[in-house]
Design a protein. Structure first.
Length: 332
């Protein structure tokens, strides 16, 4: 591997850890303490999380096209910096300010630093063997939960949720900006396909059967994973666990995600990408089915492994499958 991919993996891996850890995973620790302190309902706080994801979904189109046109570095730096500021400001201003700040901040970070940007950029920086860079960056991303979940729990218990949100926003903005500096310049698409109209891109994708099935399955799977992510800790706490114990299990789920990513390549080589994706969805469904009984240690461990494998392997398989059915210049 030449020098550029090493720098790319380091920068993109760090960006992935910070992007997912600072709000996507950390929010699952925050939701219960915020509700207890403010009286805001779990429904409202879940909606804020949904707003952040919906905002990220909408802006992800521009995030991907920015990757195509100007490369990963400016997309991560600008989106991460602005997103971090918005999250830090979300701790003030009441429920409306929180919803706007966290919804916009999480959305900006997700749109410019989640896997649709970092994995596509990793593949471009290592064109000779893209699977090794994609796998390396995804493995780095598996550490987001183990790093941020227990730290967030300790901060909440020691300082309260408002200072914790400010710290997370600062870490997100600063961390993503530094990650962008570490990432090599370049990585834009080597063609003019990024100028194709959005309708044209989706029309072509819908016309292909494999692509059409993926476009249907992917958001359904993402919805399921999102529900597990945001509600795992509240469900475990409601079942009788302490917040720290629930956060620890959630962090351990991150290591299960890592384990799953380590075996992706041999599994795909043996059974193919599509069957592996179906198996991943089944693992996620099984984990969801047993979560309500997670106050039992054995069930909690089994859930951690099953859900961790599903949540960890899913994005990698999605990236590999996308590389199989889409042109490389349209991955973003």
């Amino acid at each position: 591997m030449n020098r550029a991919p090493y720098r790319a993996i380091a920068g993109l891996g760090a960006a992935t850890i910070v992007a997912f850890g600072s709000w996507f995973y950390a929010y699952t620790v925050l939701i219960e303490p915020i509700a207890a302190d403010t009286g805001w309902t779990i429904g409202f706080l879940s909606a804020v999380y949904g707003i952040a994801q919906l905002t990220g979904t909408i802006l992800a189109v521009d995030g991907g096209r920015s990757l195509e046109r100007i490369g990963a570095r400016p997309a991560i730096a600008v989106g991460g910096g602005l997103g971090g500021i918005a999250i830090a400001l979300a701790a003030t201003g009441g429920p409306l300010g929180f919803a706007i700040g966290f919804g916009l901040g999480g959305g900006l970070i997700g749109a410019t630093s989640f896997y649709h940007v970092t994995l596509a950029a990793a593949a471009r920086f290592d064109a000779a063997r893209p699977e090794r860079s994609v796998t390396a960056v995804s493995i780095a991303g598996a550490f987001a939960g183990p790093i941020f979940l227990p730290i967030t729990a300790l901060l909440v218990e020691g300082l309260g949720w408002e200072p914790t949100v400010r710290i997370l926003g600062t870490v997100a903005g600063g961390g993503l900006f530094l990650s962008a500096l570490l990432t090599p310049g370049g990585g834009a698409a080597p063609s003019d396909t990024s100028e194709a109209g959005l309708w044209t891109v989706f029309r072509d994708a819908w016309a292909d059967r494999q692509s059409r099935l993926k476009l249907i399955a992917a958001p359904i799977a993402a919805l399921g994973y999102g529900i597990l992510l945001v509600h795992q800790i509240p469900v475990m706490v409601a079942a009788g666990m302490t917040l720290t114990a629930a956060a620890a299990y959630t962090g351990a789920r991150g290591f299960a995600q890592l384990g799953g990513r380590l075996i992706v390549v041999p599994v795909v080589r043996r059974i193919g990408t599509a069957p592996a994706m179906i198996g991943t969805y089944l693992f996620g469904a099984f984990g969801a089915a047993i979560l309500l009984w997670s106050n039992n240690t054995v069930v909690a461990v089994v859930y951690t492994i099953a859900a961790g494998l599903a949540i960890g392997v899913g994005p990698v398989l999605d990236a590999v499958y996308s590389a199989e059915i889409y042109e490389s210049t349209r991955l973003g």
